[in-house]
Design a protein around this ligand. Structure first.
Ligand SMILES: Cc1ncc(C[n+]2csc(CCOP(=O)(O)OP(=O)(O)O)c2C)c(N)n1
Ligand SMILES: [Mg+2]
Length: 486
């Protein structure tokens, strides 16, 4: 006992604990009729077992009953499962905030890993055929066709925009290659009222919601029609209309924001949740851990979608964590979690659909770890063949392509064929090339836009900077782009 408490005065402390527990049992018994918020009303309170375990409270110990608000003892759902962990000594338990904890005479450390890895939920095999007995949410023909259309559009947009960067027409680009299913199938499973709080590799969610190719191109060219007024690097999309928060490249900062947004939706009793995306690299940031913990404690309806694509730029996941991926971290924070095949659109659709129902219906966060692979380079500033084997990339690109797999499924349902495929690819290509040309021709935002939208009234130092910039451009016009209105 002294060992488990790790304190010199363990006996004294233990007797105090006993007295608290005894007192608590009375409070608990009498508090069943107290008014509590609706959630806790649903949970029947049990007092008898620990009352039997500790019969003689120390009468010298006085403690304010307010310290033992019933809510504190019922607030951690995992508490209800703790009893099954090992055998208890003479059926004795410690009633601790969060639920009863069994005492054990065995000094046993919890293993750093489970014996088996958490399995990965998959519906479609490599040939696009559902596993026998697989359980998945039904997808109508209309939704399946839109999913496939959007995956192809995303793939084509990536190819053409990437080339545009290589031709020097835009300054930067980043593809979603290999992660089309996570993008599109997750977007299909949520509703437009749900807030999307993205990382940067999820433009497909915005595409699904109706952001046009012209809007994507305007942002990448930073022209006058770009909602960010050309102040952001390419691919930092955002749209109020589509409930899509503006991309922030600072890894994981979006995660606590998503929890706050979800909590606000809950306070406003909206039938909506927040859905946030991040990579394996993001799980190494403190913000990931703070967000998971806050979401659990506030019971916020937020879905965390971790795109575990094996790499954070050049850092492989073996240097990122020693746990069984990201999925096991959910349990540590009291967040229900699942691991899913990220290249299987049907599995992603089903898991996100179920997650949304639980998040909103039960008021709880859900963590989804989608196993996938970043088939492209990290960005146009990267050459990934410098740090990973080309065979590895090729294996994922050829055998695990999520778009091909989904196409095989819709084909086997009789919803798709080669003719529609070529028609789609050629019309999408034309649309994208047209959008690029238009965006390139459009005027840039004026210089004055650099100095607005932060302060209501511009402070003197900012006015001085604007003046100085204008003077410099006048003196050295050849060093400044000619298509930016001054
Ligand atoms: C706080 C912070 N640290 C470092 C970076 C530099 N950085 C940009 S992307 C990236 C890798 C992120 O990897 P991951 O989260 O796995 O996402 P992926 O790119 O694989 O989709 C890093 C380290 C950053 N943007 N922000
Ligand atoms: Mg990654």
């Amino acid at each position: 006992m002294a060992l488990s408490l790790g304190m010199k005065n363990s006996n004294k402390i233990l007797s105090q604990m006993k007295s608290k527990v005894g007192l608590l049992s009375l409070i608990k018994q009498s508090s069943c009729t107290c008014s509590m918020n609706s959630h806790y009303n649903k949970t029947p309170l049990t007092a008898a077992p620990f009352a039997r375990a500790f019969k003689s409270p120390d009468s010298n110990f006085r403690l304010s009953p307010s310290l033992f608000l019933v809510r504190r003892f019922e607030s951690i759902k995992a508490g209800k499962q703790l009893d099954s962990f090992g055998s208890s000594v003479n059926n004795q338990f410690l009633d601790f905030p969060g639920g009863r904890v069994a005492f054990t005479p065995n000094m046993r450390f919890i293993s750093e890993s489970s014996e088996e890895r958490i399995p990965c939920y998959r519906v479609l095999d490599d040939d696009g055929q559902p596993f026998p007995d697989s359980s998945f949410v039904k997808v109508s023909e209309g939704v399946a066709i839109k999913m496939y259309n959007d995956m192809v559009t995303l793939q084509t947009m990536d190819t053409i925009f990437y080339e545009a960067q290589r031709q020097g027409r835009i300054s930067f680009y980043l593809t979603t290659s290999g992660e089309e299913a996570i993008n599109i199938a997750s977007a299909a499973a949520i509703k437009n009222d749900d807030f999307v709080v993205p990382q940067y590799r999820e433009p497909g969610v915005l595409l699904w919601r109706g952001f046009s190719m012209q809007e994507f191109a305007n942002q990448c060219f930073g022209n006058k029609a770009d909602y960010g007024k050309g102040r952001q690097m390419p691919i930092h999309y955002g749209s109020n209309k589509h409930n899509y928060f503006t991309v922030s490249s600072t890894i994981a900062t979006q995660l606590p924001h998503a929890v706050g947004a979800a909590y606000a939706l809950k306070m406003d009793q909206k039938d909506a949740c927040a859905v946030t995306y991040f990579g394996d690299g993001g799980t190494s940031e403190g913000d990931f851990h703070a967000a998971l913990n806050f979401s659990a404690v506030t019971e916020a309806p937020v879905i965390f979608i971790c795109r575990n694509n094996g790499w954070a730029i050049s850092t492989p996941i073996s240097d990122q964590f020693r746990s069984d991926g990201a999925v096991v971290k959910g349990r540590a924070y009291g967040v229900r979690s699942i691991r899913v095949d990220g290249n299987d659109a049907l599995a992603i659709y089903s898991a996100v659909h179920a997650a949304r129902e639980m998040a909103i219906g039960e008021g709880r966060p859900i963590l989804i770890e989608a196993l996938t692979y970043r088939v492209g380079h990290h960005t146009t500033s990267d050459d990934s063949t410098k740090y990973r084997p080309v065979d590895e990339i090729e294996w994922w690109r050829t055998t695990q392509d999520p778009v091909t797999r989904f196409r095989k499924w819709i084909e086997s349902n009789g919803w798709w064929n080669g003719d529609i495929e070529s028609e789609l690819r050629s019309s999408v290509r034309k649309q994208i090339l047209h959008a690029l040309q238009e965006a390139e021709k459009a005027e840039k935002p004026p210089i004055s836009d650099l100095f607005t939208d932060v302060y209501d009234v511009s402070p003197s130092n900012l006015r001085e900077q604007e003046h100085s910039l204008r003077e410099t451009i006048k003196k050295h016009p050849q060093d400044y782009p000619s298509n930016v209105p001054i």
